[in-house]
Design a protein around this ligand. Structure first.
Ligand code: ACO
Length: 173
């Protein structure tokens, strides 16, 4: 995948949400509905196809959270996840955020690897989050997914990533 062929942009008002992608990161349509309409949603587009998505929510002032991050299966492992994370970091920083949060399941070993490699640090655990919020038991990599691990990146100083940026956006509200 040539990174120059991919455009990352905010989803347009009234544009259909890329549910197929959102469901890759979060198997519950009900959970997605609980945050997606308050989120700022960005999509990665290549040849008029949406191949990636992330959603930024602002639950606390100055601390946005990436609530959903997904890359189409046939584009995974080609660097797009990293590109989307860098884009999110840049958008959050531009909007004056002090920290950026992301959460993932205790069983999501690849995602935990990626987020820590990008500079996020594990700061908290939401015990039994998936047991309480999801109707059916989740398993991944042969591991029961029960707890949400929260990771944070300090944006003021340490974050080492800069992107050329995509189309600009208005402040996250
Ligand atoms: N298992 C092992 N390694 C992984 C995984 C995985 N599941 N995902 C990414 N990596 C590693 C890659 O090997 C790569 O390592 P390297 O830099 O040492 O070469 C690095 O992470 C970055 O890889 P990318 O190619 O940028 O990642 P990709 O484009 O595949 O995107 C993502 C990663 C978003 C997790 C994608 O695999 C995906 O959509 N997975 C399904 C949905 C999902 O799990 N989303 C995250 C849920 S948490 C949340 O939404 C906040």
């Amino acid at each position: 995948m040539q990174k120059t062929d991919v455009t990352i942009r905010a989803i347009a008002p009234g544009e259909e949400l890329p549910m197929e992608l959102l469901l890759l990161a979060d198997p519950s349509p009900e959970m997605i509905a609980s945050y997606i309409y308050q989120a700022r949603v960005y999509v990665a587009e290549k040849d008029e196809r949406l191949i990636g998505v992330y959603a930024l929510t602002l639950t606390e002032p100055g601390r946005p959270e990436i609530r959903n991050l997904a890359v189409a299966e046939d584009f995974q492992g080609q660097g797009l996840g990293k590109l989307l994370l860098r884009h999110a970091i840049e958008r959050a920083r531009e909007n004056g955020a002090e920290r950026l949060l992301i959460g993932t399941g205790n069983s999501s070993v690849g995602q935990l690897y990626l987020y820590q490699k990008m500079g996020f640090e594990i700061t908290a655990i939401r015990k039994n989050y998936f047991v309480q919020h999801y109707p059916a038991p989740l398993t991944e990599n042969g591991i029961p997914c029960r707890h949400m691990l929260m990771l944070e990146m300090e944006l003021g100083t340490g974050a080492a990533f800069r992107t050329a940026g995509g189309p600009d956006i208005s402040p996250i509200t």
